[in-house]
Design a binder for this molecule. Structure first.
Ligand code: PEP
Ligand code: MN
Length: 333
C-alpha cells in the first residue's frame, strides 16, 4: 500500500506509522510517501486524518505501477536530455562495451557525437563470465569515460559490478548502470536508492518480470524516482543467439509500469550481424531508449567483440532508425 501523508503531521506520528507497518518513507515536495507491503490493504483509522491519498496493490509492484502513476515517468539524464514522460523520445545511448584506452573512448565519443547521439556508454568494472578475461580499467576507465563525455557535453553511463566501487560510479558518472548480473546486489540497489542520479536497471537473464520490477522497487522505495528499466535478453533453450530479447516482456513493462523502458539489442543478440535489424524492430515498438555497443575495431575489442558494431555499421543503422521512430510518433534523440 502507498499512503500519501500530509506534511504537517507530527514526526512522532509518522514514526508510529512507519513502525507499525514496517514501512518505507520519503518526502516529496508536498507530502510524505509511505510504502508498506502490498499485503496491507487499509491503514488504522486513527491515522486517517493525516492521509491525503492511498493506493492498494495486488503485488509488491507499487511505486513502479501504472496504478500509482498512470503515465511513464520522465527522467532527466542531463540539462538537455529527458527520457520518458511526454517527450516521445527514444534516447540513443551508445559506446563501447569497455573503455579500453583514452584514444579508443575519445574516438567513439567524437564519432557518435557528430551523428547526433547524446549519451555515451562505456564499461569500466566488467562483470565477466570467466575470471581470465579483461575486467575493465576500473576507476581510471570511469575517469577516461567522463573526460571523453565532458569534452562533448555528453552525459555518461557506466555499470557497477559490485558494491565495493558503487560510490565511485555514482560520483564520476551521470547515469548509473546496474548490470544484469548485479541486479540482485542489495549494496548496489541501496546505494542507487540513496542517490538521486538516474539509474538504468538491467534485467537479470534468469529474472521474471515480477522480480525485475521489484528490484526497481528497492531503489524507488528509498526515494530515488529516477529509475529506467532495461531489457537485454533472457536465457532460453536457444543457443544460436546469445540471449532471447523478451519483447513480450517489454509490452508488459510498457503497459503496467510507469518506468521508461530501454532496450539493449547488443547483449541480447550477441552477434553484430543481427543488431541493426533487432534495433529497428525495437524502435518500432515505441520504446523510451536504446543502448548499443559500438567499437572502432570490434575484432580486437577486449570484451563482447562479436556483438559490437563497427563505427560504419553503427552509422548506417542509426540513420535507418529515425523514420521508424517517426512512424510510431517518436524521435531518436
Ligand atoms: C554491458 O552493458 O556491457 C553488460 C555487461 O551488460 P549486461 O549487464 O546486460 O550483461
Ligand atoms: Mn558488453
Amino acid at each position: 500500500m502507498i499512503i500519501h501523508v500530509k506534511k504537517e503531521i507530527d514526526q512522532s506520528i509518522i514514526n508510529e506509522i512507519i513502525q507499525k507497518y514496517d514501512a518505507f518513507c520519503f518526502a516529496n515536495e508536498n507530502e510524505y510517501v509511505v510504502i508498506t507491503s502490498s499485503s496491507v490493504k487499509e491503514i488504522d483509522a486513527k491515522f486517517s486524518n493525516y492521509v491525503s491519498e492511498s493506493f492498494v496493490f495486488e503485488t509488491d509492484i507499487q511505486l513502479a505501477s501504472k496504478k500509482y502513476i498512470p503515465i511513464t515517468r520522465k527522467v532527466r539524464l542531463s540539462n538537455e536530455i529527458e527520457i520518458g514522460g511526454d517527450t516521445n523520445n527514444t534516447v540513443m545511448i551508445a559506446g563501447p562495451c569497455s573503455v579500453e584506452s583514452e584514444e579508443q573512448i575519445n574516438q567513439v565519443a567524437a564519432f557518435i557525437n557528430q551523428l547526433g547521439v547524446k549519451v555515451l556508454r562505456g564499461g569500466a568494472y566488467k562483470p565477466r563470465t570467466s575470471p581470465y578475461t579483461f575486467k575493465g580499467l576500473g576507476l581510471n576507465g570511469i575517469k577516461l569515460l567522463k573526460q571523453a563525455g565532458s569534452k562533448l557535453n555528453m552525459p555518461v553511463i557506466t555499470e557497477a559490478r559490485d558494491s565495493t566501487h558503487i560510490n565511485d560510479v555514482i560520483e564520476h558518472t551521470d547515469i548509473i548502470q546496474v548490470g544484469a548480473k548485479a541486479m540482485y546486489d542489495h549494496g548496489i540497489l541501496n546505494a542507487c536508492g540513496n542517490s538521486r542520479k538516474p539509474v538504468l536497471l538491467k534485467r537479470g537473464f534468469g529474472t521474471t518480470l515480477q522480480e525485475f520490477v521489484q528490484a526497481a522497487e528497492f531503489i524507488l522505495s528509498l526515494g530515488n524516482p529516477n529509475v529506467m528499466l532495461c531489457e537485454r535478453g533472457i536465457r532460453t533453450f536457444e543457443t544460436k543467439t546469445r540471449f532471447t530479447l523478451d519483447l513480450c516482456g517489454v509490452a508488459y513493462l510498457k503497459e503496467y509500469t510507469n518506468l521508461p523502458v530501454v532496450l539493449d539489442t547488443s547483449h541480447a543478440m550477441g552477434y553484430a550481424y543481427g543488431v541493426p535489424d533487432l534495433t529497428r524492430a525495437c524502435t518500432a515498438m515505441g520504446i523510451d531508449g536504446l543502448i548499443i555497443e559500438t567499437h572502432p575495431n570490434p575484432k580486437v575489442a577486449k570484451s563482447d567483440a562479436s556483438q559490437q558494431l563497427n563505427l560504419e555499421e553503427f552509422e548506417k543503422m542509426y540513420h535507418s532508425l529515425q523514420p521508424i521512430a517517426a512512424a510510431v510518433g517518436r524521435k531518436i534523440v
